[in-house]
Design a binder for this molecule. Structure first.
Ligand SMILES: Nc1ncnc2c1ncn2[C@@H]1O[C@H](COP(=O)(O)OS(=O)(=O)O)[C@@H](OP(=O)(O)O)[C@H]1O
Length: 368
């Protein structure tokens, strides 16, 4: 345009006409030149998707299950394969495509849900929560957080339902759960053995008299108008006749329950944790649990401290972050006071069962 204005001032009309034509012609030639230089589309590529060309080129060689090669770190393979001229170009804009298949990151990151390799099967109020919380700080252990009650209450839901409750684990990790009522449920040993005969079993046992009082204390906290402990524990206290049908009493007959388990599992596949030693020497008990599970002894006394307020061992603050961890208020309640005579009567009642249990497992737990 500047050219046209200049000519209109300086030249007569006939000359002006020739000058304008010259000007338009040179503009047209410049345009043709521009188009020929950038005709390969590098100014505005047709497809902004950096993966599309790559997918097309490789598709013939790939099987459907193979990963899409263009999902590898951009540039790693493609820069070597591209012609030099193309490599000099500015990088194509990164496009977010919803239809690009995602790599299976969840699989890589979290592993798979597996049926448990080891189960804490009992006993109620034995210290089962403490064992699970202590063993699960081991990096090779992952555990279901809540009691699943699969083998006693939810068996009809099937193994896939059960598996769904498990945490994701890597190949090297073991899966665990705890449901203390399993130990006294008749069908459970058969059902666990039907799932996997090599399932490792852990039983946390505790003096059956203190266990019964602990059980009663828990029930009383939820049902304040419960009859007294003595009323429930004895059919006739003056004659020393214990009511074996009361659950709090029945659970403590360890020898009887164990007989049922030994029909389906060898003794070597069952590990017994002392509920008493779990409080006085948690690291020692955890060392034995780790050995039984075939784990490296990683959970050691470094991990515990005795919390005076709680009156129990708790987990120390992890090095990285977090805070010290004690079990909740429902663990370590102050027990209901039971008179000495009733306790002595219950000790007499349990003694033969305890002795039988010590013989069966080859260990004296010294419940006196
Ligand atoms: N470290 C630590 N902290 C708190 N409590 C501990 C610990 N170790 C063992 N225990 C004892 O665990 C008892 C509860 O047992 P369970 O976890 O098996 O109970 S439950 O069956 O799951 O309800 C609980 O019983 P009670 O003292 O009668 O409440 C505790 O004595």
């Amino acid at each position: 345009m500047a050219c046209v204005l200049l000519f209109s001032r300086l030249l007569p009309f006939s000359h002006r006409l020739r000058g304008t034509t010259f000007c338009l012609l040179s503009l047209f030639l410049s345009y043709l030149c521009y188009c020929s230089i950038f005709s390969d589309g590098s100014v505005m590529p047709k497809s902004a998707d950096p993966t599309s060309g790559c997918q097309r080129a490789d598709r013939a060689k790939r099987r459907p299950q193979d990963p899409v090669p263009c999902l590898l770190p951009p540039g790693a393979r493609r820069s070597a394969a591209r012609p030099r001229a193309e490599r000099r170009r500015p990088p194509a804009p990164r496009a977010v495509r919803n239809d690009t298949p995602s790599p299976p990151m969840s699989h890589l990151k979290f592993g798979n849900k597996k049926l448990p390799n080891a189960i804490i099967v009992g006993v109620k109020k034995g210290g089962t929560r403490a064992v699970l919380e202590f063993i699960r700080i081991h990096p090779d252990v992952r555990a279901a957080g809540t009691e699943t009650h699969f083998f006693d209450r939810n068996y009809d839901r099937g193994l896939e339902w059960y598996r769904g409750l498990m945490p994701r684990t890597l190949e090297s990790q073991i899966t665990m759960e705890k449901t203390p009522s399993y130990f006294v449920t008749k069908e459970t040993p058969r059902r666990i053995s039907a799932m996997a005969q090599d399932t490792k079993l852990i039983v946390v046992v505790r003096d059956p008299v203190t266990r019964a009082i602990s059980d009663y204390t828990q029930t009383l906290s939820k049902t304040p108008d419960l009859p007294s402990f003595q009323d429930l524990a004895f059919e006739n206290q003056s004659l020393g006749i214990v009511d074996m049908s009361w659950n709090a009493i029945r659970i403590g007959l360890y020898a009887l329950h164990l007989e049922n388990w030994l029909r389906y599992f060898p003794l070597a596949q069952i590990h017994f944790v002392s509920g008493e030693r779990l409080i006085t020497d948690p690291a020692g008990e955890l060392a034995r649990v780790q050995d039984f599970l075939g784990l490296k002894r990683i959970v050691t006394d470094k991990h515990f401290y005795f919390n005076r307020t709680k009156g129990f061992p708790c987990l120390k603050k992890p090095e990285s972050s977090g805070s010290p961890r004690c079990l909740g208020k429902s663990k370590g309640r102050t027990h209901v006071q039971i008179d000495r005579d009733a306790i002595e009567q219950l000790r007499d009642f349990y003694r033969p069962y305890n002795v039988k249990f010590y013989e069966m497992v080859g260990h004296d737990f010294k419940w006196e």
